[in-house]
Design a protein around this ligand. Structure first.
Ligand SMILES: [Fe+2]
Ligand SMILES: [Fe+2]
Length: 235
């Protein structure tokens, strides 16, 4: 039973390394046009200057993150329903668990935004549902963009403003997105083997704190160290 855990862990590490390689080459698969602007924001944040059209301060970054996480959650809810309708029970379960993880991310980020004076909560985009493959690819692209481009920029902005609690939350959330990207990538790679997918994702466990997703209940969350007992089970 440990094999599945080991496989997912290896997948996450391999995926992270591969993606870091892509980013280092300036060839991120998701939202390639947004990277230069965000890189500029990091430089400007470090220099204490105002960014032009991307988040210039931590509150703006938090609001952008709430909007992104809320939209991802709504999309995954819709993708879960579509997958279930098409008979992909395992993938439906994966989308539902991840939708709940993104909703928790949005809640945590909104709580910190309120502390910084936010008054109007951003709303989710209306989901665009495609084929099962398109939905998985959209999820992979979104997660990859978040953990390789968006959150690194937001972490730098929060650190530059001395808001360590926000930087720490962004760091935890970003690590969760890397796991989500790897898990969706694995699901897409096995899309022609629905029997395997249903078996592999027969049970899914979500860390209630950071949104880590596993196919076996761990002893402890590798991201936030929460006890495995606190993971929510989906079956
Ligand atoms: Fe995610
Ligand atoms: Fe966790």
């Amino acid at each position: 039973m440990k094999k599945k855990l080991q496989l997912l862990f290896v997948l996450v590490i391999s995926f992270a390394l591969a993606t870091v390689g892509l980013v280092a080459c300036g060839d991120s698969p998701a939202e390639p046009n947004e990277a230069p602007e965000l890189e500029q924001d990091i430089e400007e944040a470090e220099e204490g200057e105002e960014a032009s059209d991307e988040p210039a301060d931590t509150l703006e970054a938090l609001l952008a993150a709430v909007q992104g996480e809320s939209s991802a959650s709504a999309a995954y809810e819709a993708f879960a329903a579509a997958a279930k309708e098409e008979g992909y029970e395992g993938i439906a379960r994966l989308f539902q668990a991840t939708a709940d993880a993104e909703a928790k991310h949005a809640e945590d980020e909104w709580a910190l935004a309120l502390e910084l004076g936010a008054t109007e909560r951003p709303v989710a985009d209306t989901p665009e549902v495609g084929t099962i493959e398109e939905n998985l690819q959209a999820a992979i692209d979104g997660e990859t963009y978040e953990y390789t481009v968006m959150y690194p920029a937001f972490i730098a902005i929060a650190q530059a403003e001395g808001l360590d609690e926000v930087a720490q939350l962004f760091t935890l959330v970003s690590a969760g997105e890397a796991v989500h990207a790897a898990t969706f990538t694995y699901a897409l790679s096995k899309i022609d083997d629905i029997e395997h997918l249903d078996s592999f994702f027969a049970e899914i466990f979500r860390c209630v704190d950071c949104g880590d997703i596993q196919t076996e209940r761990p002893d402890e969350c590798k991201i936030c160290a929460a006890s495995g007992d606190t993971y929510v089970a989906y079956n």
